[in-house]
Write a protein that binds this ligand. Structure first.
Ligand SMILES: [Zn+2]
Length: 353
């Protein structure tokens, strides 16, 4: 694929809603941003940054805004938030900035996204980073998901991190650090947003106009403390849907409904995969309730290992599915629902004997 085609590919994957955010709209990055600005002004910005945060925390928006600000002509002496008006900003917005490279998985000729970012893509990238800069002097690359890199791809990146050119910046985005080899980690600065304080709840309240603190707190938990995800979740009624599903899960355990009625009563907009994801969370919550001896009394009469066994069955299925297996999602879900219903039946029969 030619580099022009690559560039177009990159553009296709952009999600404008996330990318138009300004740095100030992501306050959980505020303290780390202050440190990065200082390092930039002191000319000691690390050559490699790993931004690690869950999906829906705005890390890609932050990375792009930060990079756009560095490339902005107003930042030539001291760091200034991007202006959106200079030549650099306009080129960046049009995905035509010649010294900025955004790397993601390519799509094959059948339109299917490849499983990983291959070594060839990394080699092309490191060559470009080694070239003389065409504009502001900075050469920057953003790799939007490090978990897509293969071992060979990581090794190909190492050289750039070990012998970086002047004004070269490599930004890697990671949902978690497990996917990043120690050799890469040790050569990069880790960028972690603050995702667990009261200010996040205040932000969420302001954004959604929902004042119920318990609801805000639970929504954050349900969304792995990813603020943008939690905002969407609340605004799209995700919290209420989850409550409804939890009630259905409990009703199934109490044999008030059977698996077929469960599936009929699930909100119609949910896909089977979404229900499976909910079910994994629900089973973990039940397990937690058993361990802390709180919650629905029927949970305490269950075989304490059952929720986690069913949870593992579902996560095994999800793993197989992402590896491309042809397992039928509905059959997988039905099998778990039946086991949940049967477990409840045992409890009820024992308690009425
Ligand atoms: Zn600008």
């Amino acid at each position: 694929m030619s580099s022009q085609a690559n560039k177009n590919k990159v553009k296709d994957h952009e999600q404008p809603t996330e990318h138009t955010l300004r740095l100030a709209e992501l306050p959980w990055f505020e303290s780390i941003l202050a440190k990065l600005k200082q390092a930039y002004n002191d000319e000691r910005l690390a050559h490699g940054l790993i931004i690690c945060a869950p999906k829906g925390s705005g890390k890609q928006a932050f990375a792009r805004s930060f990079i756009k600000s560095i490339l902005c002509q107003k930042s030539s002496a001291t760091f200034t938030d991007f202006c959106s008006q200079c030549k650099s900003c306009l080129l960046f917005e049009a995905a035509s900035f010649p010294d900025y490279h955004q790397l993601e998985r390519l799509t094959d000729n059948k339109g299917k996204q490849k499983q990983s970012i291959g070594i060839e893509q990394i080699r092309q990238l490191t060559d470009k980073l080694a070239d003389t800069a065409q504009l502001s002097g900075w050469r920057v690359a953003l790799i939007t998901s490090v978990s897509d890199l293969t071992t060979a791809s990581f090794n190909a990146l190492l050289k750039t991190l070990e012998e970086p050119g002047d004004k070269t910046l490599l930004v890697l985005l990671a949902d978690n650090l497990q996917s990043v080899p120690a050799t890469i980690r040790s050569r990069c600065q880790l960028v972690l947003p603050k995702l667990n304080n009261q200010s996040l709840l205040n932000w969420l309240e302001q954004q959604t106009e929902i004042t119920d603190q318990k609801q805000l707190q639970l929504s954050l938990q349900h969304c792995y403390h990813a603020p943008l995800l939690a905002k969407q979740y609340l605004l799209n009624g995700g919290f209420d849907i989850r409550l409804k599903l939890n009630q259905l899960g409990d009703a199934l355990l109490l044999n008030q409904i059977n698996p077929q009625i469960f599936l009929e009563q699930v909100p119609a907009e949910l896909s089977i995969d979404q229900i499976i994801l909910w079910m994994t969370d629900y089973l973990l919550e039940v397990e937690k309730a058993i361990l802390s001896r709180s919650g629905n009394q029927h949970y305490m009469q269950l075989n304490p290992k059952l929720p986690i066994q069913l949870y593992h069955k579902l996560t095994d299925y999800l793993r197989a599915q992402s590896a491309g297996s042809n397992l039928q999602p509905k059959l997988q879900l039905q099998s778990i629902l039946i086991q949940w219903y049967e477990a409840g039946r045992k409890i009820i029969q024992l308690s009425t004997r």
